[in-house]
Design a protein around this ligand. Structure first.
Ligand code: SF4
Ligand code: SF4
Length: 375
């Protein structure tokens, strides 16, 4: 069945935000279609790293709070839950720091008890997974009656898009995320992990914060905030990610996890956009993205020659010594234990590095750049 993806304009996080969310919900049949009075509703934003909302890395707290209030208005019992990236220890105290540093504590000041700090997990057996047989998932998320996925519209150096499906990877607790990078080293297999995790959690509704998005080398400190002024909503995260591809001018086949989903008949690639379809021109993709065909010689070179030499030409993480504060976050986030800290900065052992870009994603100083290895 072709799912609706509602796209509505939202100027910023103040003017008319509530009304814009209402329009999206109305396009989807209204919030009461999804949430019943008394339902325990998990709101799953993207809280990847310690970072202020102005950097457009996390789902903006005001966006999440607007949805939170709407659930209360119809008698639901909402709570906010996420597990941050692997560079941040998954403990009650660091979750509190996460809420403080991402602005959630301030915006939810009268409701801080609704910001989850329970770090318990539950192993879920997966019968017909694409690649996983079982996976650990945040227990409070599994205990909820209904999950609302609240992703941020972002690029990603590994999967190119960090959209609605990818946001549910935060359901995997803390540092357990890194082990899947180690076990499934190519992006095709890792995409299957993303699909399996999404299928286990099955959010019933996705509302995306695309008011200020992140372009360039997302999904964290090396990305660039970009005013895109949209909110998206859909029952189906796959349809939403397909619609985003259309909005930013990407072919869905270029997004590894969308390709995997379509190959496995989880989507037929169709969706139905309602509302508005603003053109988001010249959206900057990560420099790891080489798939787009255009007529310029560089792109042709990338498309035809790159696959042959990709082993040599793939971007590697590179520490910018002058920016490194030797905090050790990258050491914790590296699944291959390829990073050590010397007297000056972090050092990467390229013999061990699998180019998963977790360190690039987690470095709080944006001190890890990506550089092409030249022949
Ligand atoms: S590169 Fe330096 S600043 Fe960045 S996470 Fe590693 S140690 Fe910290
Ligand atoms: S050093 Fe390599 S393997 Fe380790 S996190 Fe960075 S990209 Fe991944």
């Amino acid at each position: 069945m072709t799912e609706i993806v509602s796209v509505r304009k939202a100027e910023d996080y103040e003017k008319g935000l509530s009304k814009a969310i209402d329009k999206v919900l109305s396009d989807l049949g209204g919030l009461k279609r999804f949430v019943k009075s008394g339902d325990k509703v998990a709101l799953k934003p993207n809280l990847l790293v310690f970072s202020s909302p102005s950097k457009a890395i996390v789902t903006h707290p005001i966006f999440t709070f607007e949805v939170f209030k709407k659930i209360i208005e119809i008698g639901g019992e909402p709570f906010v839950i996420d597990s941050p990236g692997s560079g941040i220890p998954f403990t009650k105290n660091s979750l509190k720091s996460l809420y403080r540093l991402t602005g959630y504590w301030e915006i939810f000041k009268d409701y801080t008890d609704y910001l989850n700090t329970d770090t318990s997990k539950q192993t879920v057996e997966i019968e017909n997974g694409l690649i996983l047989k079982r996976v650990d998932i945040l227990k409070p998320l599994l205990d909820a009656d209904f999950i609302i996925n609240l992703p941020k519209m972002k690029t990603h150096t590994l999967t190119f898009l960090s959209g609605a499906v990818k946001n549910m990877y935060g359901a995997v607790p803390g540092m357990e995320k890194t082990k899947y990078h180690s076990r499934f080293r190519n992006v095709h297999d890792f995409s299957k992990v993303l699909i399996d995790v999404w299928n286990v959690t099955k959010p019933g509704l996705t509302l995306m914060d695309g008011i200020v998005s992140l372009e360039g080398d997302g999904p964290a400190m090396r990305g660039i905030p970009r005013k895109t002024q949209v909110i998206l909503g859909s029952k189906d995260p796959l349809s939403m990610d397909l619609a985003i591809c259309k909005l930013i001018g990407l072919a869905y086949n270029d997004i590894p996890y969308l390709k995997v989903a379509i190959e496995n008949n989880l989507s037929d690639g169709t969706y139905n956009i309602v509302g508005e379809t603003p053109a988001i021109n010249d959206f900057i993709l990560p420099r790891t993205y080489h798939g787009k065909i255009s007529i310029d010689p560089v792109s042709l070179y990338n498309y035809f020659v790159f696959p042959i030499f990709s082993k040599f030409l793939v971007e590697k993480p590179k520490v910018m010594k002058q920016k490194c504060i030797r905090c050790g976050v990258c050491v914790r986030s590296c699944p291959e234990k390829a990073i050590t800290i010397d007297k000056v900065s972090a050092i990467i052992d390229y013999n061990k590095c699998i180019k998963c870009y977790c360190c690039h994603e987690q470095c709080p100083e944006g001190a890890i750049d990506l550089k092409r290895i030249n022949l």
